[in-house]
Design a protein around this ligand. Structure first.
Ligand code: PLP
Length: 364
């Protein structure tokens, strides 16, 4: 990306030689990204990230398929970006169906059979961003195809962590984001299965073959390409390595905190994500206590003006509120080591003890 900023200052749409060098860098990145997810380079449309990809895919497909119906479906555990895109559609008169999940956090593909016939697109993610639970997208897409419905798959969390094969998934639209696989923030891609109907969200210029107007983020895209190439190269070693770390972390948590609940424990999951509730230790308090020990985790609950809201994903899985507000998400990556996992386990035990003790002393 640094080399690109220094040596490729031209606009990739310019016809002169410098512009064409910039264009060539984008096309190389397009091939690298396509190769990570088993797609054709010409089907990759660069975006500003996963949020735009989800919007461009869901709204663009719904618009293009409007003559067939004004109804879309999304799973209850989709990322906010997909919920947001569905809200945009709802405001312009589209109906939105929601596919529920079982206690394991998995969407039932048979739910497709119950959707009204005028449903045109179904959005189901490949891996949930909070629990890491993997979804049966291929089976769902098979059923959707039989009913003439299209499938959008948000693979933002999955790409680079588990193999993603666009062909085998059978989805029509796939969304990925660079910063989840080692690239920069603010760049991603929407992959359209050859000719999948999709109206552009950004218009007015012919970038990305008329599928997304706007001058390309050249350094971001070039970095995304390199990150995708590294992720593809290292996947076969990284997936089992991360899985070993996840098992180590989960075993340690169970040993130190026997009443801890690991969400989606029995479901197929990403190798790098652990979402755990420690009863009696609110996640926002635990997060701060761990942060003070230089351990960065994510709280499954959003805290707005002092009121803790349980995660909609855990709520959709039937997790009771008292437990959902104690959910913490640990994510591991390429640089995580087993020594770090052990350090986290030691810190977590201490933090949990301290937070529970503080909570108990607050009780009337
Ligand atoms: N979809 C999922 C599943 C995500 O986890 C995220 C981000 O965390 C997004 C979409 C949004 O991607 P971006 O941050 O690139 O807009």
């Amino acid at each position: 990306m640094r080399v690109c900023l220094r040596d490729l200052p031209a606009n990739p749409s310019s016809a002169h030689r410098e512009g064409q060098r910039a264009r060539a860098a984008i096309e190389r990145a397009r091939e690298q990204v396509a190769s990570l997810v088993g797609a054709r380079a010409e089907d990759v449309v660069f975006t500003s990230g996963g949020t735009e990809g989800d919007h461009a895919g869901l709204i663009g497909a719904a618009w293009a398929l409007e003559p067939r119906g004004r109804r879309v479906a999304i799973s209850a555990i989709e990322h906010h970006a997909v919920h947001g895109a569905a809200e945009v559609l709802e405001r312009s008169g589209f109906a939105v169906e929601h596919l529920s999940v079982g206690p394991g956090g998995v969407v039932d593909p048979a739910a497709v059979e119950g959707l009204p016939a005028d449903t045109t697109v179904i959005a189901v993610m490949l891996a949930n961003n909070e629990t890491g639970v993997l979804q049966p997208v291929a089976e769902l897409a098979r059923r959707a195809r039989a009913r003439g419905m299209r499938v959008l798959c948000d693979a933002v969390q999955a790409a680079g962590k588990v193999p993603v094969d666009f062909e085998a998934l059978g989805a029509d639209y796939l969304v990925i984001s660079a910063h989840k696989l080692g690239g920069a923030k603010g760049v991603g891609a929407l992959v359209l299965r050859g000719g999948a109907p999709c109206e552009p969200l950004f218009r007015g210029s012919s970038h990305e073959r008329g599928r997304r107007g706007g001058t390309e983020n050249l350094p971001g895209i070039v970095g995304f390409g390199v990150a995708a190439e590294y992720a593809a190269r290292d996947l076969s070693g990284e997936t089992p390595r991360l899985l070993e770390l996840r098992v180590r972390l989960e075993r340690g948590i169970r040993a130190a905190l026997p009443d801890a609940v690991i969400h989606g424990e029995r479901s197929p999951r990403l190798p790098n994500t652990v979402n755990v509730s420690i009863p009696g230790a609110r996640s926002d308090h635990l997060l701060m206590s761990l942060d003070a020990r230089e351990i960065e985790v994510s709280a499954g609950a959003a805290c707005a003006s002092g009121a803790v809201e349980p995660s909609p994903v855990l709520t959709a899985m039937g997790v009771p509120r008292e437990l959902a507000i104690c959910a913490l998400r640990f994510s591991m990556g390429r640089t995580t080591t087993s020594a770090e996992v052990d350090a986290v386990l030691a810190a977590l035990a201490e933090s949990a003890r301290a937070v529970r003790a503080a909570g108990a002393s607050e009780q009337p």
